[in-house]
Design a protein around this ligand. Structure first.
Ligand SMILES: [Zn+2]
Length: 60
């Protein structure tokens, strides 16, 4: 799996979480949402940076 598809998969996961998470929908603190947002940022950063793509081992 490439870093780009990992970022897309994390984003899908995040959207699915938003769908069922009331705190996230009203912008309240949510531990799971925070974790997903961090993972998404990291996955996107990896997708942007070609030097990172080799380290992508699907660790999520
Ligand atoms: Zn949430």
């Amino acid at each position: 799996m490439t870093a780009t598809t990992t970022a897309q998969a994390v984003y899908q996961h995040y959207l699915a979480h938003l769908d069922g998470c009331r705190p996230c929908r009203v912008e309240q603190p949510c531990e799971a949402g925070d974790r997903l947002r961090r993972a998404l940022r990291a996955a996107r950063a990896a997708a942007m940076d070609p030097t990172n793509s080799r380290r992508d081992n699907g660790g999520l």
